[in-house]
Ligand binder design. Structure first.
Ligand code: GDP
Length: 367
């Protein structure tokens, strides 16, 4: 096609045709056969795949749940709804603690123990940093290498979402999918920072707090609220020469726990020492989880707690949906900035203007 513009007989022409290469022999022609377009799945395909325990389809369904695209959300919600009646049959275990305490190491040892006993273990994470930067406190390191290659384990990093509330919602939905796929132990890992452990606590049956035997001040560093939420505390890295110090720390924690009001479940939290390195204490912790489940199922608290958690989701979802719709409305878009200026200029009370905007918003729905 360049023949008209290129004068082949002019040696001074800047325009030249460079010969193309033949297909090289060493390029694997089959390579591109593998890069096929991923077939899109119907809701039924997803549900069937999940219920049959297909991990690839489970992972794809989770990606849909995590997606913020409206069309993905529509499919995800349908899939979740269909999976719901197949969910709920797991022990949901929350594990929290500061970065470096050994959460992933303990989960790896516990997870391997459980899969070797025939359990299917899903490990999900709630990472508070995913709400802001898209970066991650939990996910950056190579984590749980043994468990991640275990066919009976499924590890998924924290969903990132606009808000921690969004992360929590997605995690709850992912729990449903994992349970429908046959995972009978679901571990929710979170760092002991701010609100994330409150959220993790609100979606699990049993909440384990990991601690270190820091010299002297081990009780000062943690907030009372976290200790109050814990169903068990384990002092990790308690092997070798740390053994004695960890035992001492455990005694301190036991004494401190006695001063707390009794839990609604009637459960008395225990304090353990453990080591992900020597695998000491992990069996005892799991036995404690089983004891808790047995006791609370007998008393009915187990089911009551799950019901309470579900009802909380209902009211949280209503609040969130109302907020989203309001902020997405023309009223908010056209009047909120003016209202903010008026408040900053002390022209109007924030309460009154809030009421006015909400009234206007509901009025606009009628029109
Ligand atoms: P996470 O940030 O809480 O998930 O902690 P990691 O599991 O990544 O562990 C943090 C560091 O502590 C790593 O270097 C681990 O090898 C180490 N570690 C974890 N568990 C133990 C343990 O039981 N004993 C000792 N000595 N070190 C441990």
């Amino acid at each position: 096609m360049y023949d008209q513009v290129i004068d082949k007989n002019n040696p001074n022409s800047a325009l030249k045709v460079t010969q193309g290469t033949e297909n090289r022999q060493d390029v694997n022609k089959d390579l591109f056969k593998h890069i096929k377009k991923v077939k899109s799945l119907s809701v039924e395909d997803y549900v069937e795949g999940i219920l049959s325990g297909n991990r690839t389809i489970l992972a794809r369904a989770i990606t849909l749940v995590e997606s913020n695209l409206y069309k993905h959300q529509l499919i995800a919600q349908e899939v979740i709804e269909k999976c719901l009646k197949h969910s709920g049959n797991s022990i949901r275990l929350g594990i929290t603690g500061v970065p470096g305490v050994g959460k992933s190491s303990v989960i790896e040892v516990l997870g391997k123990k459980l899969t070797s006993e025939g359990h299917k273990v899903a490990v999900l994470a709630i990472d508070p940093s995913s709400e802001r930067s898209g970066g991650s406190i939990l996910g950056d390191k190579t984590r749980m290498e043994l468990l991640s290659s275990d066919p009976n384990a499924f590890i998924r990093p924290s969903p990132s979402a606009g808000s921690l509330g969004g992360v929590a919602r997605k995690t709850r939905e992912i729990i449903i999918l994992c349970e429908a796929a046959g995972f009978d132990v679901v571990i929710i890992e979170t760092v002991g920072v701010g609100q994330s452990e409150v959220l993790a606590h609100s979606m699990v049956d049993f909440f384990l707090l990991l601690q270190l035997a820091n010299a002297g001040d081990e009780l000062q560093g943690i907030k009372r609220g976290i200790m109050e939420m814990a169903d068990a505390i384990a002092i990790n890295k308690a092997e070798g020469k740390e053994k004695e110090r960890s035992e001492l720390a455990a005694i301190n924690y036991r004494n401190a726990l006695h001063l707390f009001p009794p839990q609604e479940s009637g459960w008395q939290p225990k304090v353990f020492t453990c080591s992900a390195y020597s695998k000491m204490g992990i069996d005892d912790i799991w036995q404690n989880v089983l004891d808790y489940v047995e006791m609370t199922k007998k008393s009915g608290y187990f089911y009551k707690n799950r019901n309470t958690q579900n009802l909380r989701i209902l009211s949280e979802s209503i609040s969130q949906t109302l907020l989203d719709r309001f902020y997405d409305s023309d009223v908010a878009k056209t009047k909120l900035d003016i209202a903010k200026d008026d408040i900053l200029d002390n022209k109007v009370s924030a309460y009154i203007i809030a009421q006015k905007l909400i009234d206007e918003y509901f009025q606009s729905l009628k029109g």
